[in-house]
Ligand binder design. Structure first.
Ligand SMILES: Nc1nc2c(ncn2[C@@H]2O[C@H](COP(=O)(O)OP(=O)(O)O)[C@@H](O)[C@H]2O)c(=O)[nH]1
Ligand SMILES: [Mg+2]
Ligand SMILES: [Zn+2]
Length: 370
C-alpha cells in the first residue's frame, strides 16, 4: 500500500502520461505484510555515490539499491537526471531507490564503442544552444537535432546575438540572415530563436516552452551559454559559468554534471555539461526524420539503390547542399557501424554463455552427473 500526493509533483514535471509507468512499477514490488511508506521522487542530480532527489517540496539525498543499479546497467539504461523513482526509507532513515519508472523518453548518446548512454530522461523540450560566435556549426547542430526523439520537441537557441556586431541595425540584419539560413537547412519544423543569454529578455523569448510542469533540457557544446541561460531563466545564479578561452572561444567546462532546477514560472530546466564528440543514439527512422529532405528527394533518384555519391541522376545531389549531404552520409555510416557493433556484442555474449554452458556440461559429465 502506498499513498502518493501528486499535487506537489506537478510543478517538478509529473504528468498523467507517466501513470502507466507508475502502475507497472508498483506491480513489481513484492507484497509486504506490513504497509510501507514509499515516495515518488524525481532524480535531479547524479553523483558517484549518492543521488539528489526532489519530492516537490525539498531535496533529499538517497542511494539506489545495488540490485537496481546492476539490473539497469546490464540493460544499458543507467539512472539519468529526470527519472522518476520509487523510494523507501530503511530503519536508520536512509533513503533507497527501489524502482525506476520506465521513462517516457531519453535523450541518449553513444560512445565510441557504440554503447548507449542516457543523458537525461522524461523531457518535453530540448533547447539546442549554439553561440553565434566561433561555436556556430550547422553540421554539429544537425547531429544534436537527432537527439530529439519520442516526443521531445527540438528548439534551436542561438546565443550571443548581442556580440554579432557593434551597430544594432547591422547586428539585427546579420542575426536575421543566420536564422534564415539555418531554417532553410534544418526545415520549418524546428523553431530557431536568437537571444542574448545574459539578458532577461531571453526568458520572455523562451516563455512558450517554459509553462508550468514542462521539463526542458539545455544541450550544446561547452561555452555555448547553457549555464548562462539557466541562470537567466531562474533569475538567480544557480550554475557556474565560464569565461570563453581567448584562443578558441570555447568555454572552460565549468559545468561538470547535469542538474535539474525549478524555474520561478513553474517549469524545470536541466543544465548539462558540453557534449564533445557527439554521437546521437538513433536508428534509421530517426535519421530519416531528421533529414526528411534527403529522404523525399531520394525517391526521385534514377537508381533505386542510389547512395547519393556520384551516381548519375541523383536527385539528392541536386537538391541538398553538399555540406548537409556530407553530414547525412557520415551519420548514416556511423549508425551502421553502431548497429553492427551492437549486434556483434550480442553475438559475443551468447557465444560466451553457450561456451559457459558447454563447459559446465563437460564438468558434470566428468563427475558422472550427466
Ligand atoms: N555577451 C554574451 N555572453 C554570453 C552569452 N551566452 C554566454 N555568454 C558568455 O559565454 C561564456 C560561457 O557561457 P556558459 O554559460 O558558461 O556556457 P556553457 O558551457 O554552455 O554552460 C560566459 O562567459 C558567458 O558569460 C550571450 O548570449 N551574450
Ligand atoms: Mg555550463
Ligand atoms: Zn541519389
Amino acid at each position: 500500500m502506498i499513498e502518493i500526493d501528486f499535487e506537489p509533483l506537478l510543478p517538478i514535471g509529473w504528468s498523467l502520461a507517466l501513470a502507466p509507468a507508475l502502475h507497472a512499477a508498483l506491480g513489481t514490488l513484492e507484497p509486504d505484510p506490513a504497509p510501507r511508506a514509499m515516495w515518488l521522487l524525481r532524480l535531479v542530480e547524479v553523483h558517484r555515490e549518492t543521488l539528489k532527489l526532489h519530492d516537490g517540496h525539498a531535496e533529499h539525498v538517497g542511494r539506489a539499491l545495488p540490485r537496481l543499479v546492476r539490473e539497469l546497467s546490464e540493460a544499458g539504461a543507467a539512472l539519468a537526471v529526470g527519472d522518476w523513482l520509487l523510494c523507501a526509507r530503511d530503519s536508520q532513515g536512509g533513503l533507497w531507490v527501489e524502482r525506476r519508472l520506465e521513462p517516457l523518453n531519453h535523450v541518449a548518446r553513444r560512445d565510441a564503442d557504440g554503447r548507449r548512454h542516457a543523458v537525461v530522461s522524461n523531457v518535453d523540450t530540448a533547447l539546442f544552444v549554439m553561440g553565434l560566435d566561433a561555436d556556430f556549426n550547422p553540421r554539429r547542430l544537425e547531429r544534436f537535432l537527432l537527439l530529439a526523439q519520442h516526443g521531445v520537441q527540438p528548439v534551436v537557441v542561438l546565443t550571443k546575438a548581442d556580440l554579432v556586431a557593434p551597430e544594432p541595425a547591422t547586428r539585427e540584419a546579420l542575426v536575421a540572415d543566420e536564422i534564415d539560413a539555418l531554417r532553410a537547412r534544418v526545415g520549418p519544423a524546428v523553431p530557431v530563436l536568437a537571444v542574448d543569454a545574459t539578458s532577461p529578455q531571453a526568458a520572455l523569448t523562451l516563455a512558450p516552452w517554459l509553462v508550468p510542469g514542462q521539463t526542458v533540457v539545455l544541450l550544446g557544446s561547452s561555452g555555448a551559454g547553457k549555464s548562462t541561460l539557466t541562470n537567466t531563466l531562474a533569475a538567480r545564479s544557480l550554475q557556474d559559468t565560464g569565461p570563453v578561452r581567448a584562443h578558441d572561444h570555447r568555454g572552460q567546462h565549468t559545468t561538470t554534471s547535469r542538474s535539474l532546477h525549478r524555474l520561478p514560472g513553474g517549469a524545470c530546466v536541466i543544465d548539462t555539461p558540453g557534449l564533445r564528440a557527439l554521437r546521437p543514439d538513433i536508428d534509421e527512422a530517426a535519421l530519416a526524420r531528421g533529414f526528411e529532405d534527403v529522404e523525399a528527394l531520394s525517391l526521385r533518384c534514377r537508381f533505386r539503390d542510389c547512395r547519393h555519391g556520384d551516381e548519375p541522376g541523383c536527385a539528392v545531389h541536386e537538391g541538398v547542399t553538399p555540406d548537409r549531404l556530407r553530414n547525412y552520409l557520415k551519420l548514416q555510416r556511423e549508425l551502421r557501424r553502431d548497429t553492427m557493433s551492437a549486434l556483434e556484442r550480442q553475438r559475443q555474449l551468447s557465444e560466451w554463455k553457450a561456451r559457459g554452458r558447454a563447459g559446465e556440461l563437460r564438468a558434470r559429465m566428468k563427475r558422472g552427473e550427466a
